[in-house]
Write a new protein. Structure first.
Length: 55
């Protein structure tokens, strides 16, 4: 897939019924990752969601 500029995208969710999704053949993964990160942070701010990490 690298030869044609495509990547594998593995999404993980906290939803117990739908925890992982794997997508193959995604072009421009770096820009897509930045866009997904920005959208996720914007939605968390909008909904006032906080992530708790167990130590």
């Amino acid at each position: 897939m690298r030869l044609v500029g495509q990547c594998l995208l593995h999404l993980r969710s906290s939803d117990a019924g739908f925890q992982t999704v794997i997508l193959y053949g995604i072009p421009n993964l770096e820009s897509l990752a930045d866009t997904l990160r920005e959208c996720s942070l914007r939605e968390r701010s909008r909904r006032k969601v906080t992530t708790f990490v167990q130590a």
